[in-house]
Design a protein around this ligand. Structure first.
Ligand SMILES: Nc1ncnc2c1ncn2[C@@H]1O[C@H](COP(=O)(O)OP(=O)(O)O)[C@@H](O)[C@H]1O
Ligand SMILES: [Mg+2]
Length: 269
């Protein structure tokens, strides 16, 4: 899983908001085919790190590399074009559209890239784009077991299904790297396990790498190959799930007495 160029490298990145140092000298790496976790309490800087990777915020120091290119000064849409898909901590589906329409829009925006000429001319090529987008959306719906919900109005879905639709929308852009911000937030344990299965399947099928930001320890420790722990904008620890579980600093800071129980159930599930 370590062959090929790293989808993501974050090197000594610091981000400031006025006087607040939201990230302080943070380095991490997502190897090809890796599913990597980033955990830490609220306000630790997890979403800010995602934003530094996508280009939504500019670091005051450090560098971001995507697929072997230094993108630190690149605009967000150019970074996305390299094959980076993300989901948001707060769901951002089009509430009045159906599930399938949400996916088709995402697939179309992806297919539209590089098709600038046909876009400008509004030629029949756009009909092909629409057909390809529909096909892609249908395939992703099937992969995520959402076929039965294709015509449901997205805004009326329960959280568990909404999270899957968000993942589906990201998958419609055929990402090589997925950035997932608290994907299991609001999910029941069984739904979280299903989501973890889909993420593993996606890696198997497409070789998609992922950086998963989570609050939910059990989810991350059960899913990820390697885990980074953020605390007040600094890396507190990194290691395999087993190492993180044992790390006294991590236990003291976050996991408390629940560590064994949660970790045990995650490993068992
Ligand atoms: N756009 C912003 N402007 C000012 N402060 C921000 C902004 N975004 C995040 N912060 C602050 O940066 C810190 C890290 O936030 P965030 O990255 O959202 O943490 P997490 O995702 O780990 O909960 C928090 O103190 C938060 O209030
Ligand atoms: Mg966050």
């Amino acid at each position: 899983m370590t062959d090929g160029v790293d989808p993501l490298r974050v090197e000594e990145v610091s981000v400031s908001f006025g006087g607040l140092r939201a990230l302080d000298d943070v380095s991490l790496r997502v190897p090809a085919g890796g599913i990597i976790g980033l955990i830490g309490p609220n306000g630790a800087g997890k979403t800010t790190l995602f934003n530094a990777v996508t280009g939504a915020v500019d670091p005051v120091r450090g560098a971001v590399w995507l697929f072997g290119q230094d993108v630190t000064r690149w605009a967000p849409h150019n970074r996305a074009r390299l094959g980076v898909g993300r989901t948001f901590q707060r769901l951002e589906l089009f509430g009045s559209l159906t599930v399938k329409e949400n996916l088709v829009v995402a697939a179309e925006s992806h297919a539209g890239r590089g098709g600038l000429l046909s876009d400008l001319l509004a030629l029949p090529a756009s009909i092909e784009t629409r057909a390809a987008a529909e096909e892609r959306a249908t395939a992703v719906l099937a992969e995520l077991g959402l076929d039965g919900h294709a015509d449901a109005v997205a805004g009326e879905l329960p959280t568990g299904l909404s999270r899957l639709v968000e993942l589906g929308r990201a998958l419609c852009t055929e990402p090589r790297l997925l950035l997932l911000d608290e994907p299991s937030s609001g999910l029941r344990a069984q739904e979280s396990r299903k989501l973890a299965d889909y993420l593993r399947d996606t890696r198997e099928r497409r070789g998609t790498s992922a950086l998963v930001v989570e609050h939910d320890m059990a989810f991350v420790l059960g899913l990820c190959d390697y885990v980074y722990v953020l605390d007040f904008g600094r890396l507190l620890a990194e290691g395999t799930p087993a190492e993180i579980r044992r790390d006294p600093a991590v236990q003291a800071a976050y996991l408390g007495e629940d560590t064994e129980t949660h970790a045990g159930s995650a490993a068992g599930g």
